[in-house]
Design a protein around this ligand. Structure first.
Ligand SMILES: [Fe+2]
Ligand SMILES: [Fe+2]
Length: 199
């Protein structure tokens, strides 16, 4: 009977849904077809003894990126709220921004030149996912170039320039948004590959 078939079908899809894990944030751009490894190695196992020695290096790099990004935003907010004066703001921000930009470029380079092509060779069906991440790097590079120009201007600006600080803050906010989506999507795609590969 059609009715009972429908009921069986919807019951089955309900059961299936219970076993399908979702990526870790609602704005994930990863398609369900790309989550076959994520479902085998979900995030609650990434730090378990069987996998941590293969996964924790990558996660630690991302933790440090998030931390540096957060500190820069906090410094910028401290100036915006009047907690830091211009001299304090500049001395806290200038070197930190240069270091952050350098480390991000290095990290993206290693991924674009080495890891991502290797992962695509291992799992060609994930190519479109890695292309999304590669395009994020291009967008991030453009934001980092803008940040570098603003930071260079800040280095020359001994007289307070509120407009510059506002523009720099805006760039930091945009970088935070893009990075938080990029890093999480990347982890959902990459960490299970690292954890499940041999050796
Ligand atoms: Fe990346
Ligand atoms: Fe990364």
């Amino acid at each position: 009977m059609p009715v009972s078939t429908n009921n069986t079908a919807s019951r089955k899809s309900l059961d299936d849904d219970l076993f399908i894990l979702s990526p870790r944030h609602p704005d994930s751009r990863l398609e369900t077809d790309w989550l076959f490894l994520f479902n085998k190695l979900p995030p609650d196992q990434w730090f378990s003894a069987d996998y941590a020695y293969k996964t924790s290096g990558w996660l630690k790099v991302h933790t440090n990126i998030r931390k540096r990004q957060r500190i820069l935003t906090q410094i910028s907010e401290a100036y915006q709220s009047g907690e830091y004066d211009w001299a304090e703001y500049r001395s806290q921000l200038l070197k930190r921004i240069s270091m952050h930009i350098l480390k991000l470029h290095q990290h993206h380079g290693v991924e674009d030149e080495g890891f991502f092509p290797e992962f695509i060779r291992m799992y060609p069906q994930l190519q479109a996912g890695f292309e999304i991440l590669g395009r994020d790097h291009v967008r991030l590079d453009a934001l980092l170039d803008k940040l570098q120009v603003q930071n260079d201007t800040l280095a020359r600006s001994e007289v307070e320039d509120k407009m510059l600080a506002e523009q720099l803050h805006q760039t930091l906010v945009e970088a935070t948004d893009l990075l938080s989506q990029h890093l999480t999507d990347e982890e959902d795609l990459v960490i299970p590959i690292l954890g499940l590969r041999q050796g």
